[in-house]
Design a protein around this ligand. Sequence first.
Ligand code: 5GP
Ligand code: MN
Length: 341
Amino acid sequence: MEDIDLLKTQLNNPSKIVITTHHKPDADALGSSLGMANYLIKKGHRVQVITPSEYPAFLHWMKGNDDVLIYSDEAHAKCEELMEKADIIMTLDFSVLSRINVLGEMVRSAKGFKINVDHHLDPEDFADFRLWNTGAAATCELCYELIIALGDENLIDKDIAECLYAGILTDTGGFRHPNTTQNVHEVVSKLIAHGADNSRISKNIYDKNSVDRLRFLGYALNQNLEVLMDKRVAFFALSQEELRQYNSKTGDTEGLVNYALSIEGITLAALFKEADDGIKISLRSIGEFPANEMAGRFFNGGGHRNAAGGKVETSLAEAVDLFKTAIEEYKEGLQEEYKKV
Ligand code: 5GP
Ligand code: MN
C-alpha cells in the first residue's frame, strides 16, 4: 500500500468522487465500486459510480445499484463532465485504461486525484495512489483492507459488507480456487460480523436462473461442448444465432466455461462467444498453466493465470482455429498440469 496518509488527507474534505470499473462488470467490479461508494457517501462525499457497460441482473440487488450511471453514447457528455469535475477518481478491479473503453481517455486526461485498487497482473500505472496486490483474491478484499487502513472499520455496515462479500465470493469461485487464502477467510468472517448475509448473497448470485438460461446450459452442454481429450482442452463456441434462440442476456453465459474445466483430465477450457463487434474469449486453466499469457499472445487480452480473456475481430470459426494454433504452441504445458491434481 502506498502512502496512506496522502490518501487520508485527500479524503478529509467532502469531495466529488467518481468511481469506475472494468467493462462488463462482474461481482468483484461492481461490489468493490458500490462497496466503496456506500462507504465514501457515509464519509460525507458526493459519489457517482460509472460503469463502461451494463452488467448482469444477478448483481442488481447491491445497495446503490439504481444510482449507477452506465456509459452509452447518450451518456457520453455527462460522463465526461463528471470525470472533468471530479476531485477524486477511483478506478477499481482493473489497471489498464483500455479496459474501460472510451472512459479510459477521460480518466487519463482528468485532473482529479486518481486512486487505483486492483489485483490484476497488468502493468499500467496511471494513479496517484495505488493499492495493487496480485496476491489478493479480489479487489473487494483489498477495498476492505483499505477501509481498515483508513481507520474506518466502524463505518462498515451491512450494505457495504454485502457488496464486498459478493466480489470475494465470486472471484474465489465460491471459495474453491487456489486464491482462497487464510486472509480471504479472515476478511469474509469480518464482513459477516458486519452483517453480510452470506447465504442470501449466494442465492442472489448463483440461484436466480431463468428457465431460458438453464435450457440454454443444457443445449450448450449437449450440442456445443467440444472435448479434445488428447490435447487436455475443452471448449464452447457460441454463435449469435444460438445465443438469440435462447434469449441469452448479459451474464447468462457466466460460469459456462467452468463446466468445460470441470471435466476430469482437462487443463484448459475456453468459451468463444460471437458478438456484433467480434469474438469474446474466456479462458480458464488449472495449476500453473498460464491462461493470461495465452490470452495476451493470441487474443489481445490478459487476466489472471487461471482466468483470462480477450477479444478478436474475426469470425467464430477463425477464432477457434486461432485457439487450435495456440494449443499446439502450449502442448507440453497442457500435458503437464492435469496430472498434478
Ligand atoms: P471473463 O472470462 O470472466 O470475461 O474474464 C476473466 C478474467 O480475464 C477477467 O477477470 C480479466 O482479468 C481478464 N480479461 C477478460 N477479458 C479481457 C480482455 O479483453 N483484456 C484483458 N486484458 N483482460 C481480460
Ligand atoms: Mn476481480
